[in-house]
Design a protein around this ligand. Structure first.
Ligand code: DAK
Length: 257
């Protein structure tokens, strides 16, 4: 399917989505969000796709929601049309999603990156929640996810002052999993995605569900949830195959069952 604001490609078992509004530094408008939702639907429905990478350009992952689209909206319009809600689709994706961030990830761009399962950052990456400059606040989870990822003090400072964080600080603070040279960012992200996609798809889904649970429940509930999922892997053909392959000293051939 041809899109106008993104490029979606299959790279073996990896789905690659490249945000593609270079003239607007990949500002996220309604069309782009809808297209991204469609691409995610397609990748998720494809049993061959085991991981997704979302990336932008060298200069910008995304410089935020599209301010030009947002500026004239009335309260009633935004409320009735559930403005930008389809965006949350990324956070609901069952297939793991990696954000490969180079350059600006600001406002909604930073929020989009944080909706992904983890962020690999180029050494040029810059993160920020500058909405306060526009007399608004982060609207796609910025005050919540950033606070959980980097703690209250840093999140509060960033949201209240609009200060940007460079890649090194972002790694130190736990916002990104790894910083890599800008020119190898996509290769590194794709290699990581290929690794994830080489495993049993249902086992990967369970790992993701269980780690996500850590954010949404108490430790005791989370441990119980993990234990239930753990036992359920013994109903999978892939668990039998994975363990037998280890015993036989050969590579496992998973069937996603
Ligand atoms: N929206 C629209 N256009 C943008 C944009 C944006 N966020 N960011 C950049 N552009 C456009 C610029 O207007 C310019 O267009 P032309 O003038 O050439 O037509 C072009 O991209 C190049 O930008 P600059 O000329 O400004 O480039 P510089 O290198 O000088 O500066 C910059 C780069 C990233 C520092 C600067 O562009 C900038 O400060 N951009 C705005 C950053 C920002 O404030 N971001 C937060 C936006 S508010 C919600 C979900 C999400 C949100 C809200 C609700 N719901 C689910 C309800 C999110 C809100 C936001 O993200």
């Amino acid at each position: 399917m041809a899109y106008e604001n993104i490029i979606a490609k299959k790279k073996g078992k990896v789905g690659l989505i490249t945000l593609n509004r270079p003239d607007a530094l990949n500002a996220l408008n309604t069309e782009l969000n809808l297209e991204m939702g469609k691409a995610l639907d397609k990748f998720e429905a494809d049993d061959q796709i085991g991981c997704i990478v979302i990336t932008g350009s060298e200069k910008a992952f995304a410089a935020g929601a599209d301010v030009k689209e947002m500026q004239p909206k009335s309260y009633m319009q935004a409320y009735k049309e559930d403005f930008l809600h389809p965006w949350e689709r990324v956070a609901r994706c069952r297939v793991p999603v990696i954000a490969a961030v180079s350059g600006y990830a600001l406002g909604g761009g930073c929020e989009l990156a944080m909706m992904c399962d983890f962020i690999i950052a180029a050494d040029t990456a810059v993160f920020g929640q500058p909405e306060i400059n526009l007399a608004i606040l982060p609207g796609a989870g910025g005050t919540q996810r950033l606070t959980r990822l980097v703690g209250k003090s840093k999140a509060m400072e960033m949201c209240l002052t609009g200060r940007f964080m460079d890649a090194e600080e972002a790694e130190r603070a736990g916002l990104v999993s790894r910083v890599v040279p800008a020119d190898t960012l996509l290769d590194d992200a794709l290699k990581t995605a290929e690794k994830i996609a080489s495993f049993s798809r249902p086992a990967v889904f369970m790992v993701k569900e269980s780690v996500d649970r850590a954010y949404e429940t108490t430790l005791a509930e989370g441990i119980l949830f993990e234990r239930r999922l753990f036992y359920s892997t013994f109903a999978m053909a892939d668990q039998k195959e994975g363990m037998q392959a280890f015993i036989d000293k050969r590579s496992a051939a998973f069937k996603n069952e």
